[in-house]
Design a protein around this ligand. Structure first.
Ligand SMILES: [Fe+2]
Length: 420
């Protein structure tokens, strides 16, 4: 009785240890190897192995073996019938001798050669075959008792659950990777479509070629400078790319007029924000404010903009950013009736209109970003590429920008001479 009690205590100890092993975050292989050693050790079994079943390859792959000899094959193929047979047997400790007619079991026996195998346990967890354990004889040469079989089954269930958990994790990771890939593909397609639209808008206007793309870029730079997250920055760029999409419906001769357009043409042109909003609204954008940016990118803080004459807080924030980006590009590119203005004048204009047209913190953000590129603090924001090195070097913009950032009047401390 005392011997049985000791055995029981020992077995419970081994089971507890096995449970700990299974829940441990160690490497899977190591966990299975330790579990096999615990199983063999607790019943003094000479040899054995644990295989994991791959449903995709119909293969039993041995991931931990002990005492089976070096030439024991690492994997065994299973047919559909073999899988069904193991499944219907369920998780039970079966004698090799009683299953000698079984082709897979016969294969094990043959593979074991002079390292005889006596028992096998199909690891069936929730009606699924996840693996198999095979065991050799006991060290004392005695046959397996019913108590031994119960212990083997309890430990096998633990190991089987460990394998099933691992399979689930692998499947979750696989699906997550697949979803991430699909999401990246979708995002890539979306961004490319947006860029194609921007190119289509710009194509219509031969005098402002690349305008939408540059506005997208400036909007992105400001969003970055404001410390927005990656998704928000991407959304801001999209809003910039598409802000003038309503111009697709404006007649080409109005857009391309070499002189200032008349009042009637102006009314037609000024409808483009609302038209743009209507085009963008039914599209499901990953970023909510894209249609609003199109609708309100000509509004001003002082309420003198269009289409609705909104003031300050009524204007969506993204529209304020696009408005500033749009104005910067209008000032720094040649138009048919107007040469582009020198960079220092553009900055003066931003400063002068800060609080009237532009949100002051956005003027600061824009100037801060430009300053970081000019001083080499941030090298590739894109200003030099879009505006040209020569253009930015014509004036010493650095002190002017520093004054803007310090809240000083940028023009008071220096004499500005236009070299244009
Ligand atoms: Fe516009």
């Amino acid at each position: 009785m005392a011997e049985n009690e000791n055995k029981l205590i020992y077995t419970f100890g081994a089971l507890a240890e096995l449970g700990q092993e299974i829940t441990n975050r160690k490497s899977f292989q190591e966990m299975i190897r330790t579990s096999l050693h615990l199983l063999l050790g607790s019943l003094a079994i000479m040899r054995g192995g644990v295989a994991r079943y791959s449903r995709f390859r119909h293969e039993l792959n041995f991931i931990a073996v002990k005492g089976l000899g070096e030439d024991f094959p690492p994997s065994f193929s299973l047919s559909q019938q073999d899988e069904h047979r193991f499944l219907s047997a369920g998780l039970a400790a079966a004698d090799v001798s009683q299953a000698s007619g079984d082709p897979v079991v016969s294969e094990f026996v043959a593979a074991g050669r002079n390292k005889p195998l006596e028992m096998f346990v199909p690891l069936v967890i929730q009606d699924e075959l996840v693996g198999l354990i095979t065991l050799g004889e006991k060290a004392n040469g005695e046959p397996y008792s019913s108590y031994d079989r119960e212990v083997i089954c309890a430990m096998a269930r633990h190991i089987g659950v460990g394998i099933a958990q691992r399979n689930m994790m692998v499947e979750i990771e696989r699906r997550a990777t697949e979803n991430r890939r699909l999401y990246d593909d979708l995002r890539f397609t979306y961004t490319n479509t947006v860029k194609a639209f921007a190119a289509a808008i710009d194509y219509k206007d031969k005098y402002t070629e690349g305008h939408s793309v540059r506005v997208g870029k400036y909007t992105e730079i400001i969003a970055k400078q404001l410390g927005w997250g990656n998704e928000e920055i991407e959304g801001a760029a999209v809003a910039g790319y598409l802000h003038d999409i309503g111009k697709l419906t404006v007649e080409r001769n109005i857009i391309n007029s070499p002189m200032r357009i008349n009042a009637k043409e102006s009314v037609h042109l000024n409808k483009h924000p609302v038209v743009g909003y209507e085009i963008l609204l039914p599209i499901h954008h990953p970023y909510a404010d894209v249609p609003l940016a199109a609708k309100y990118h000509h509004e001003r803080l002082d309420g003198r903009g269009y289409p609705d004459g909104l003031a300050d807080r009524e204007i969506p924030y993204i529209a304020k950013i696009v408005n500033l980006a749009d104005s910067v590009d209008a000032m720094t590119t040649d138009r048919p009736y107007k040469r582009r203005r020198p960079a220092h004048e553009m900055i003066e204009d931003l400063q002068r209109n800060s609080g009237n047209q532009f949100a002051p913190e956005l003027v600061t953000s824009f100037c801060g970003a430009l300053l970081s590129e000019l001083t080499g603090k941030k090298k590739r924001l894109g200003f030099t590429r879009m505006l040209g090195k020569e253009y930015l070097l014509k004036q010493d913009l650095i002190p002017q920008l520093q004054n803007v950032l310090n809240g000083l009047n940028g023009t008071s401390s220096m004499t500005l001479v236009s070299l244009d």
